[in-house]
Design a protein around this ligand. Structure first.
Ligand code: ADP
Ligand code: MG
Length: 353
Protein backbone atom coordinates (compact mmCIF):
# COMPACT_ATOMS: atom_id res chain seq x y z
CA UNK A 1 0.00 0.00 0.00
CA UNK A 2 1.18 3.60 -0.52
CA UNK A 3 1.55 4.07 3.26
CA UNK A 4 4.39 1.54 3.21
CA UNK A 5 6.48 3.83 1.06
CA UNK A 6 8.92 6.47 2.21
CA UNK A 7 11.00 8.85 0.17
CA UNK A 8 14.63 9.88 0.64
CA UNK A 9 15.15 13.51 1.74
CA UNK A 10 16.99 16.11 -0.41
CA UNK A 11 19.75 16.82 -0.12
CA UNK A 12 20.41 13.15 0.58
CA UNK A 13 23.51 11.82 2.35
CA UNK A 14 24.50 8.42 1.02
CA UNK A 15 27.17 6.12 2.43
CA UNK A 16 28.31 3.98 -0.51
CA UNK A 17 29.98 0.70 0.44
CA UNK A 18 31.85 -0.42 -2.64
CA UNK A 19 33.75 -3.65 -3.24
CA UNK A 20 36.39 -2.96 -5.91
CA UNK A 21 36.96 -6.73 -6.39
CA UNK A 22 33.33 -7.61 -7.06
CA UNK A 23 32.26 -8.86 -10.46
CA UNK A 24 34.76 -8.13 -13.21
CA UNK A 25 36.59 -5.68 -10.92
CA UNK A 26 35.13 -2.50 -12.44
CA UNK A 27 32.80 -1.38 -9.65
CA UNK A 28 34.78 1.76 -8.79
CA UNK A 29 35.17 2.83 -12.43
CA UNK A 30 31.49 2.17 -13.11
CA UNK A 31 30.52 4.11 -10.01
CA UNK A 32 32.48 7.14 -11.13
CA UNK A 33 31.39 6.96 -14.76
CA UNK A 34 27.72 5.94 -14.46
CA UNK A 35 26.45 6.51 -10.94
CA UNK A 36 28.11 9.68 -9.70
CA UNK A 37 26.82 12.05 -12.43
CA UNK A 38 23.25 10.80 -11.97
CA UNK A 39 23.41 11.22 -8.18
CA UNK A 40 24.74 14.78 -8.56
CA UNK A 41 21.69 15.69 -10.66
CA UNK A 42 19.39 14.18 -8.02
CA UNK A 43 20.97 16.10 -5.10
CA UNK A 44 22.35 12.90 -3.55
CA UNK A 45 25.82 13.29 -2.01
CA UNK A 46 27.79 10.05 -1.93
CA UNK A 47 30.59 9.28 0.52
CA UNK A 48 32.41 6.27 -0.88
CA UNK A 49 33.86 3.62 1.45
CA UNK A 50 35.98 1.20 -0.59
CA UNK A 51 36.23 -2.20 1.10
CA UNK A 52 39.71 -3.65 1.44
CA UNK A 53 38.82 -7.20 2.52
CA UNK A 54 35.95 -9.52 3.39
CA UNK A 55 33.97 -8.37 6.48
CA UNK A 56 35.28 -4.82 6.14
CA UNK A 57 31.81 -3.48 5.28
CA UNK A 58 30.24 -5.57 8.03
CA UNK A 59 32.62 -4.06 10.62
CA UNK A 60 32.06 -0.57 9.23
CA UNK A 61 28.28 -0.65 9.72
CA UNK A 62 28.50 -2.37 13.09
CA UNK A 63 29.58 0.79 14.85
CA UNK A 64 28.80 3.50 12.36
CA UNK A 65 26.87 6.57 13.55
CA UNK A 66 23.87 6.01 11.26
CA UNK A 67 22.35 9.42 11.97
CA UNK A 68 24.90 10.78 9.45
CA UNK A 69 23.29 8.88 6.58
CA UNK A 70 19.94 8.91 4.82
CA UNK A 71 20.67 5.74 2.85
CA UNK A 72 23.26 2.93 2.85
CA UNK A 73 24.16 2.07 -0.74
CA UNK A 74 25.94 -1.19 -1.58
CA UNK A 75 27.76 -1.20 -4.91
CA UNK A 76 28.82 -4.84 -5.30
CA UNK A 77 27.15 -8.21 -5.64
CA UNK A 78 24.64 -9.75 -3.24
CA UNK A 79 27.51 -10.90 -0.98
CA UNK A 80 28.38 -7.43 0.26
CA UNK A 81 24.76 -6.56 1.05
CA UNK A 82 24.58 -9.81 3.03
CA UNK A 83 27.55 -8.57 5.08
CA UNK A 84 26.03 -5.14 5.61
CA UNK A 85 22.71 -6.59 6.69
CA UNK A 86 24.35 -8.93 9.20
CA UNK A 87 26.58 -6.13 10.47
CA UNK A 88 23.45 -4.06 11.17
CA UNK A 89 21.82 -7.04 12.90
CA UNK A 90 24.79 -7.34 15.27
CA UNK A 91 24.10 -3.86 16.65
CA UNK A 92 22.22 -3.54 19.96
CA UNK A 93 20.02 -0.94 18.20
CA UNK A 94 19.37 -3.23 15.20
CA UNK A 95 15.67 -2.47 15.07
CA UNK A 96 16.34 1.23 14.67
CA UNK A 97 19.35 0.59 12.40
CA UNK A 98 17.22 -1.43 9.98
CA UNK A 99 15.02 1.62 9.41
CA UNK A 100 17.89 3.18 7.43
CA UNK A 101 16.97 2.43 3.80
CA UNK A 102 19.35 0.08 2.00
CA UNK A 103 20.05 0.31 -1.71
CA UNK A 104 21.78 -2.14 -4.04
CA UNK A 105 23.65 -1.03 -7.14
CA UNK A 106 24.82 -4.01 -9.22
CA UNK A 107 28.62 -4.14 -9.27
CA UNK A 108 29.11 -7.85 -8.74
CA UNK A 109 28.79 -11.03 -10.75
CA UNK A 110 25.75 -12.16 -8.74
CA UNK A 111 23.24 -9.29 -8.73
CA UNK A 112 20.02 -11.09 -7.90
CA UNK A 113 18.46 -8.41 -5.70
CA UNK A 114 19.23 -5.68 -8.25
CA UNK A 115 17.62 -7.80 -10.99
CA UNK A 116 14.61 -8.46 -8.73
CA UNK A 117 14.10 -4.77 -7.93
CA UNK A 118 14.41 -3.91 -11.62
CA UNK A 119 11.71 -6.53 -12.30
CA UNK A 120 9.38 -5.37 -9.47
CA UNK A 121 9.66 -1.84 -10.92
CA UNK A 122 8.20 -3.16 -14.17
CA UNK A 123 11.33 -2.42 -16.18
CA UNK A 124 12.45 -4.54 -19.13
CA UNK A 125 14.88 -7.33 -18.35
CA UNK A 126 18.37 -5.88 -18.70
CA UNK A 127 21.89 -6.69 -17.48
CA UNK A 128 25.27 -5.05 -16.96
CA UNK A 129 25.48 -1.25 -17.48
CA UNK A 130 21.76 -0.97 -18.30
CA UNK A 131 20.83 -2.69 -15.04
CA UNK A 132 23.21 -0.37 -13.20
CA UNK A 133 21.62 2.65 -14.88
CA UNK A 134 18.10 1.44 -14.00
CA UNK A 135 19.05 0.81 -10.36
CA UNK A 136 20.77 4.21 -10.09
CA UNK A 137 17.66 5.86 -11.52
CA UNK A 138 15.55 4.06 -8.89
CA UNK A 139 17.92 5.46 -6.22
CA UNK A 140 17.57 8.96 -7.72
CA UNK A 141 13.79 8.70 -7.42
CA UNK A 142 14.35 7.66 -3.80
CA UNK A 143 11.27 5.61 -2.93
CA UNK A 144 11.81 2.98 -0.26
CA UNK A 145 9.60 0.15 0.97
CA UNK A 146 9.70 -2.65 3.53
CA UNK A 147 11.51 -5.88 2.72
CA UNK A 148 11.09 -9.30 4.35
CA UNK A 149 14.11 -11.05 5.78
CA UNK A 150 14.66 -14.68 6.66
CA UNK A 151 16.53 -15.74 9.79
CA UNK A 152 18.53 -18.93 9.34
CA UNK A 153 19.94 -20.92 12.23
CA UNK A 154 22.27 -23.87 12.03
CA UNK A 155 22.82 -26.91 14.25
CA UNK A 156 26.21 -25.54 15.30
CA UNK A 157 24.54 -22.40 16.64
CA UNK A 158 25.18 -19.87 13.87
CA UNK A 159 22.48 -17.37 12.96
CA UNK A 160 22.27 -15.35 9.75
CA UNK A 161 19.84 -12.89 8.29
CA UNK A 162 19.19 -13.31 4.62
CA UNK A 163 17.38 -11.23 1.98
CA UNK A 164 17.73 -13.44 -1.07
CA UNK A 165 17.86 -17.17 -0.62
CA UNK A 166 19.24 -20.34 0.87
CA UNK A 167 20.54 -23.14 -1.33
CA UNK A 168 21.78 -26.71 -1.12
CA UNK A 169 22.73 -29.11 -3.87
CA UNK A 170 22.97 -28.24 -7.52
CA UNK A 171 22.46 -24.46 -7.40
CA UNK A 172 24.63 -23.98 -4.31
CA UNK A 173 27.40 -25.95 -6.01
CA UNK A 174 27.14 -23.85 -9.17
CA UNK A 175 27.28 -20.69 -7.10
CA UNK A 176 30.42 -21.67 -5.19
CA UNK A 177 32.23 -23.63 -7.92
CA UNK A 178 31.83 -20.72 -10.34
CA UNK A 179 33.42 -18.17 -7.97
CA UNK A 180 36.69 -18.78 -9.81
CA UNK A 181 35.08 -17.43 -12.99
CA UNK A 182 33.92 -14.20 -11.30
CA UNK A 183 35.78 -12.16 -13.94
CA UNK A 184 33.29 -13.42 -16.52
CA UNK A 185 30.56 -11.57 -14.67
CA UNK A 186 27.14 -13.16 -14.83
CA UNK A 187 28.31 -15.68 -17.49
CA UNK A 188 30.05 -17.50 -14.63
CA UNK A 189 26.70 -19.11 -13.74
CA UNK A 190 26.07 -20.44 -17.26
CA UNK A 191 29.50 -22.03 -17.37
CA UNK A 192 29.10 -23.36 -13.82
CA UNK A 193 25.68 -24.84 -14.60
CA UNK A 194 27.01 -26.77 -17.58
CA UNK A 195 29.97 -28.07 -15.57
CA UNK A 196 27.79 -29.19 -12.66
CA UNK A 197 25.36 -30.87 -15.07
CA UNK A 198 28.16 -33.12 -16.34
CA UNK A 199 28.82 -34.49 -12.86
CA UNK A 200 25.25 -34.33 -11.59
CA UNK A 201 25.03 -35.56 -7.99
CA UNK A 202 22.32 -36.65 -5.58
CA UNK A 203 22.05 -35.10 -2.12
CA UNK A 204 20.39 -36.99 0.72
CA UNK A 205 18.52 -35.36 3.53
CA UNK A 206 15.15 -34.55 5.05
CA UNK A 207 13.24 -31.43 4.04
CA UNK A 208 10.28 -30.09 6.05
CA UNK A 209 8.28 -26.92 5.83
CA UNK A 210 5.38 -24.90 7.19
CA UNK A 211 3.07 -24.17 4.24
CA UNK A 212 2.18 -20.48 3.85
CA UNK A 213 -1.52 -21.32 3.85
CA UNK A 214 -1.30 -23.04 7.25
CA UNK A 215 -0.55 -19.82 9.10
CA UNK A 216 -3.28 -18.39 11.29
CA UNK A 217 -3.36 -14.76 12.43
CA UNK A 218 -2.49 -11.64 10.46
CA UNK A 219 0.43 -13.03 8.47
CA UNK A 220 3.00 -11.20 10.60
CA UNK A 221 4.58 -13.83 12.82
CA UNK A 222 6.41 -12.44 15.83
CA UNK A 223 10.08 -13.37 16.21
CA UNK A 224 10.99 -17.07 16.13
CA UNK A 225 7.58 -18.45 17.06
CA UNK A 226 7.43 -20.74 14.04
CA UNK A 227 10.52 -22.76 14.89
CA UNK A 228 11.32 -25.37 17.52
CA UNK A 229 14.96 -26.27 18.32
CA UNK A 230 16.74 -28.25 15.59
CA UNK A 231 17.16 -31.22 17.94
CA UNK A 232 13.38 -31.66 18.20
CA UNK A 233 10.99 -33.00 15.52
CA UNK A 234 9.21 -30.32 13.47
CA UNK A 235 5.74 -29.35 14.81
CA UNK A 236 2.86 -31.65 13.71
CA UNK A 237 1.29 -29.14 11.27
CA UNK A 238 4.53 -29.01 9.24
CA UNK A 239 4.91 -31.05 6.06
CA UNK A 240 7.80 -33.53 5.89
CA UNK A 241 8.75 -34.26 2.28
CA UNK A 242 8.58 -38.07 1.93
CA UNK A 243 11.45 -38.34 -0.54
CA UNK A 244 14.92 -37.87 0.91
CA UNK A 245 17.00 -37.70 -2.27
CA UNK A 246 17.35 -34.38 -4.04
CA UNK A 247 19.27 -32.76 -6.82
CA UNK A 248 18.66 -29.35 -5.36
CA UNK A 249 16.82 -27.43 -2.66
CA UNK A 250 16.51 -23.66 -2.97
CA UNK A 251 14.49 -21.36 -0.75
CA UNK A 252 14.21 -17.98 -2.48
CA UNK A 253 12.49 -14.80 -1.27
CA UNK A 254 13.11 -12.52 -4.27
CA UNK A 255 12.12 -13.08 -7.88
CA UNK A 256 15.60 -13.50 -9.34
CA UNK A 257 18.31 -16.01 -8.54
CA UNK A 258 20.67 -14.18 -10.88
CA UNK A 259 20.44 -11.51 -13.55
CA UNK A 260 19.17 -14.04 -16.08
CA UNK A 261 17.31 -16.41 -13.76
CA UNK A 262 13.70 -15.53 -12.95
CA UNK A 263 13.14 -18.30 -10.43
CA UNK A 264 10.10 -17.03 -8.49
CA UNK A 265 8.11 -14.72 -10.80
CA UNK A 266 5.41 -14.22 -8.13
CA UNK A 267 7.81 -13.12 -5.37
CA UNK A 268 7.71 -9.53 -4.09
CA UNK A 269 9.75 -7.53 -1.53
CA UNK A 270 7.26 -8.05 1.26
CA UNK A 271 4.95 -10.92 0.32
CA UNK A 272 5.63 -12.68 3.64
CA UNK A 273 6.68 -15.79 1.73
CA UNK A 274 9.64 -18.08 1.23
CA UNK A 275 9.35 -19.71 -2.20
CA UNK A 276 10.67 -23.20 -1.54
CA UNK A 277 11.89 -25.04 -4.65
CA UNK A 278 13.19 -28.56 -4.70
CA UNK A 279 14.15 -30.96 -7.44
CA UNK A 280 13.85 -34.65 -6.54
CA UNK A 281 16.49 -37.15 -7.59
CA UNK A 282 15.72 -39.13 -10.74
CA UNK A 283 15.51 -36.13 -13.04
CA UNK A 284 17.49 -36.45 -16.27
CA UNK A 285 20.23 -34.03 -17.22
CA UNK A 286 18.21 -32.91 -20.22
CA UNK A 287 15.15 -32.15 -18.07
CA UNK A 288 17.29 -30.23 -15.60
CA UNK A 289 18.91 -28.23 -18.38
CA UNK A 290 15.44 -27.43 -19.75
CA UNK A 291 14.42 -26.07 -16.34
CA UNK A 292 17.43 -23.74 -16.25
CA UNK A 293 16.87 -22.56 -19.81
CA UNK A 294 13.18 -21.89 -19.08
CA UNK A 295 14.14 -19.98 -15.92
CA UNK A 296 15.61 -17.27 -18.16
CA UNK A 297 12.01 -16.23 -18.88
CA UNK A 298 10.48 -17.57 -15.66
CA UNK A 299 8.51 -20.28 -17.49
CA UNK A 300 10.08 -23.34 -15.79
CA UNK A 301 6.95 -24.17 -13.77
CA UNK A 302 4.94 -24.36 -17.00
CA UNK A 303 7.11 -27.33 -18.05
CA UNK A 304 5.17 -29.41 -15.50
CA UNK A 305 8.30 -31.39 -14.71
CA UNK A 306 7.28 -34.06 -12.16
CA UNK A 307 10.59 -33.73 -10.32
CA UNK A 308 10.32 -29.97 -9.78
CA UNK A 309 8.31 -28.73 -6.80
CA UNK A 310 7.58 -25.19 -5.67
CA UNK A 311 5.72 -24.42 -2.41
CA UNK A 312 5.11 -21.08 -0.70
CA UNK A 313 6.15 -21.51 2.94
CA UNK A 314 6.72 -19.47 6.12
CA UNK A 315 9.46 -21.68 7.52
CA UNK A 316 11.54 -24.69 6.53
CA UNK A 317 14.08 -27.12 7.90
CA UNK A 318 16.72 -29.06 6.00
CA UNK A 319 18.60 -31.91 7.65
CA UNK A 320 21.28 -33.15 5.26
CA UNK A 321 22.57 -36.68 5.77
CA UNK A 322 26.30 -36.16 6.19
CA UNK A 323 28.24 -32.96 5.86
CA UNK A 324 29.64 -33.29 2.33
CA UNK A 325 28.92 -30.45 -0.03
CA UNK A 326 28.10 -26.84 0.54
CA UNK A 327 25.16 -24.62 1.39
CA UNK A 328 24.72 -20.99 0.43
CA UNK A 329 23.11 -17.99 2.08
CA UNK A 330 22.58 -15.08 -0.31
CA UNK A 331 25.16 -16.71 -2.56
CA UNK A 332 27.83 -16.96 0.16
CA UNK A 333 29.18 -20.38 1.18
CA UNK A 334 28.18 -22.08 4.41
CA UNK A 335 29.34 -25.44 5.78
CA UNK A 336 26.76 -28.17 5.26
CA UNK A 337 24.78 -28.95 8.45
CA UNK A 338 21.15 -29.00 9.63
CA UNK A 339 19.59 -25.59 9.15
CA UNK A 340 16.17 -24.04 9.56
CA UNK A 341 14.73 -20.67 8.78
CA UNK A 342 11.64 -18.56 9.03
CA UNK A 343 10.35 -15.41 7.41
CA UNK A 344 10.27 -12.11 9.30
CA UNK A 345 7.94 -9.77 7.49
CA UNK A 346 8.94 -6.19 6.67
CA UNK A 347 12.06 -6.21 8.80
CA UNK A 348 14.17 -3.71 6.87
CA UNK A 349 13.71 -1.07 4.17
CA UNK A 350 15.07 -1.06 0.65
CA UNK A 351 15.14 1.51 -2.14
CA UNK A 352 12.76 0.29 -4.82
CA UNK A 353 10.90 1.55 -7.90
P1 ADP B 1 30.33 -10.95 -6.48
O1 ADP B 1 28.93 -10.91 -6.97
O2 ADP B 1 31.28 -10.58 -7.54
O3 ADP B 1 30.62 -12.27 -5.82
P2 ADP B 1 30.04 -9.89 -3.81
O4 ADP B 1 29.47 -8.59 -3.40
O5 ADP B 1 29.18 -11.08 -3.61
O6 ADP B 1 30.47 -9.81 -5.35
O7 ADP B 1 31.42 -10.02 -3.04
C1 ADP B 1 32.08 -11.23 -2.89
C2 ADP B 1 32.91 -11.24 -1.62
O8 ADP B 1 33.96 -10.29 -1.67
C3 ADP B 1 32.13 -10.91 -0.37
O9 ADP B 1 32.11 -12.06 0.45
C4 ADP B 1 32.94 -9.81 0.32
O10 ADP B 1 33.11 -10.07 1.68
C5 ADP B 1 34.28 -9.91 -0.33
N1 ADP B 1 35.04 -8.63 -0.36
C6 ADP B 1 34.64 -7.39 -0.03
N2 ADP B 1 35.62 -6.49 -0.26
C7 ADP B 1 36.67 -7.17 -0.73
C8 ADP B 1 37.99 -6.81 -1.16
N3 ADP B 1 38.42 -5.55 -1.16
N4 ADP B 1 38.79 -7.80 -1.61
C9 ADP B 1 38.38 -9.06 -1.64
N5 ADP B 1 37.14 -9.48 -1.26
C10 ADP B 1 36.31 -8.55 -0.81
MG1 MG C 1 28.78 -13.01 -4.47
Amino acid sequence: SPADYGVLPRPCRALVLLNPQSGAGRALEDFQAVVQPMLADADITPTVFVTERPHHAQEKVQDEDLSQWDVLVVMSGDGLLHEVLNGLMERPDWEQALQTPLCILPGGSGNALAASINYYAGNDHVAKKKLLTNCTFILCKGLHAPMDLVSLSTASGKRFFSFLGFGWGFIADVDIDSEKYRRLGNARFTLGTLQCLVRLRIYQGRLSYLPAAALTGDGEPPADTLLVPLGQPVPPHWVVVPEEEFVCVYAIYQSHLGTNLLMAPAARLHDGCIHLFYVRAGISRVALLKIFLAMGRGTHLELNCPHLHCVPVRAFRLEPRGSAGVMTVDGEALACEPVQGQIHGRMCRVVTG
